[in-house]
Design a protein around this ligand. Structure first.
Ligand SMILES: *Cc1c(COP(=O)(O)O)cnc(C)c1O
Length: 458
């Protein structure tokens, strides 16, 4: 490393790039042209851009939280009861819907919502290809067919124009995902849905408290689904919720989540045992207690992610080849469960994204490349080959090669395979100087791309 560094400095001087001060042997610092700092990247032996640990996630505030959870444990009431109802009431209030039903996780929130809108065999559901596998699994678990509408690369969200092109006589619903916590284009999506009489289920599993105009996501479509899995912005370990203003629908969801036992208006008041097809996916009292405590931090943390996410997105604009994500004009808040950036390799002397990420890690800034394209995973084909699908659909409908051909999403594939860089939400729960460190890290790598490639790719 030492030799490399000296080489680097010598080359810089010989190349007339800059002069150096006496501090250079402690901190590899070279003053570049135009007075711009050109620092040696950590991957080449320079100093890291960020030394502090990033904020831990999830957060348990002991002893403040201890008493609340102990109270629930000591009560012996662990199955769904009053704490769960309180959690549901508070979450509905926060999202701005009339009702909320908690379930075991976000995947089952989606499965429940899809099934209780009676979406199933023979139906098509238009969905974004840029999502966690759970969104698509929930469609398949109901025996329906996912139809992918490509994303807009600038926003990472499903493109409404592509949605319209995918509508057929079989389309029953649109399932927009506010992926990365960034609101999808709900204004246009709702217009399309109304025009074609389609149900809209929002996958808001990454988008707690994200907002479009004065409405929080999850409250805009016919129903919204949330996840409280540990990594999510409201972490419980596992947990999920369906929210809606539609009483009849939420009553049906309640019955479904509790073995089809009667609940509210959907099945009348008769308590004669189970009345509907249902499963058992109830929340527990201790999950609800943890959720209530985590909820107290959510608004403040959301604000911080929003502030820092926007600040960082603005600042990185000075670096060629790193593009911030665009928001739709009506967006008043993004939850930035993940802050996405787009990596343009050609501006980094064609450095591979994986080497860029390695260099970022060396700087003390761990990032990832995010989702791989969903088609690379065998699960949709497996569904088509399953007994259930073989009974429901014709051979022609289950031709997987045709399905692939009709569902190509080139914008999504480019984001997945080449461009996406994710910064996780906990990294935004810190001060502006940490955001500056991220910018410094990218700048250093950008300015020394050639040298990094020479060392690692040639
Ligand atoms: C996490 C997630 C889900 C599923 O939630 P779980 O609670 O993990 O089951 C669904 N959709 C998206 C977009 C998610 O990020």
């Amino acid at each position: 490393m030492g030799i490399k560094r000296r080489d680097f400095i010598k080359k810089s001087i010989m190349g007339g790039i800059g002069i150096w001060t006496t501090s250079i042997f402690q901190t590899p610092y070279v003053w570049g042209q135009g007075g711009r700092d050109v620092k040696l990247p950590a991957i080449l032996g320079g100093k890291k851009s960020h030394y502090d640990l990033w904020p831990a996630w999830p957060v348990w505030k002991s002893p403040t939280y201890d008493e609340q959870i102990l109270k629930v444990l000591q009560s012996g009431v662990w199955s769904r009861a009053t704490v769960t109802s309180e959690f549901e009431k508070k979450w509905a209030e926060m999202v701005g819907t009339k009702r909320c039903l908690s379930v075991v996780n976000g995947t089952n929130a989606l499965i429940t919502a899809i099934s209780q809108f009676n979406i199933g065999p023979g139906d098509e559901v238009i969905v974004s290809p840029y999502t966690f596998v759970a969104t698509v699994q929930a469609i398949l678990m109901n025996g329906a067919i996912p139809v992918f509408a490509d994303i807009d690369s600038e926003t990472f969200q499903i493109n409404p124009k592509k949605i319209e092109q995918k509508i057929t006589s079989k389309t029953k619903a649109i399932l927009p995902v506010h992926i990365l916590g960034i609101p999808a284009d709900m204004i246009r999506i709702m217009q399309i849905a109304r025009k074609h009489n389609l149900i809209v289920i929002e996958d808001a599993c990454q988008a707690h408290l994200a907002q479009i105009k004065d409405k929080r996501v999850g409250s805009i479509g016919d129903a919204g689904c949330f996840s409280f899995q540990t990594s999510k912005n409201l972490p419980i370990g596992e947990g999920g919720a369906v929210v809606s203003d539609n009483d009849m629908f939420v009553d049906k969801c309640f019955s479904f989540h509790n073995l089809g036992f009667p609940y509210g208006a959907s099945v009348g008041a008769v308590a004669n045992g189970s009345l509907n097809i249902g499963t058992k996916i109830r929340f527990t009292e201790y999950q609800a207690a943890i959720g209530l405590m985590q909820m107290q931090n959510l608004e403040k943390e959301t604000e911080m992610r929003w502030e820092n996410g926007r600040y960082l997105s603005e600042r990185i604009k000075i670096i060629p080849g790193i593009l911030p994500c665009k928001l739709y004009p009506e967006t008043t808040k993004a939850a930035f469960h993940l802050l996405p950036l787009r990596y343009v390799k050609s501006e980094f002397k064609n450095m591979s994204r994986s080497l860029f990420l390695e260099a970022m890690r060396a700087e003390g800034v761990p990032c990832s490349s995010g989702y791989t394209s969903l088609y690379t995973q065998p699960f949709i084909k497996a569904a088509f080959e399953s007994k259930l699908y073989q009974k429901i659909y014709s051979k022609k409908e289950l031709n997987y090669a045709d399905f692939l051909a009709n569902n190509q999403c080139p914008a999504n594939d480019k984001i997945c395979n080449e461009e996406a860089i994710w910064i996780t939400q906990n990294m935004l729960l810190t001060g502006k100087s940490s955001m500056d460190d991220i910018v410094t890290a990218i700048e250093k790598i950008h300015d020394n791309a050639e040298k990094i490639i020479q060392k690692f790719e040639k």
